[in-house]
Design a protein around this ligand. Structure first.
Ligand SMILES: [Zn+2]
Length: 77
């Protein structure tokens, strides 16, 4: 019986630690944490993506090679 209580306590502790760990991950980024890559907007479809994944052409950013070739899309939404 003592052994059972030991396991229950161990599992409860594990769940508590897991919840605490999960909460620390899910918390939004604090303001003091620097954003590594700035976000840019695709000139064709308007999707936002990290600058290191975007393609630039004549002062415009594009999300993919296809949109780079198609050029800026219509600005009216
Ligand atoms: Zn795009």
């Amino acid at each position: 019986m003592v052994r059972l209580l030991f396991w229950i306590a161990l599992i409860a502790a594990a769940v508590w630690f897991w919840r605490k760990f999960k909460r620390s991950i899910s918390t939004p980024r604090s303001s003091n944490e620097p954003i590594s890559t700035p976000m840019v907007r695709c000139a064709h479809c308007g999707v936002h993506l990290p600058q290191d994944r975007a393609l630039s052409l004549s002062q415009h950013w594009y999300c993919s090679q296809t949109h780079l070739e198609q050029g800026p899309g219509s600005q009216d939404h």
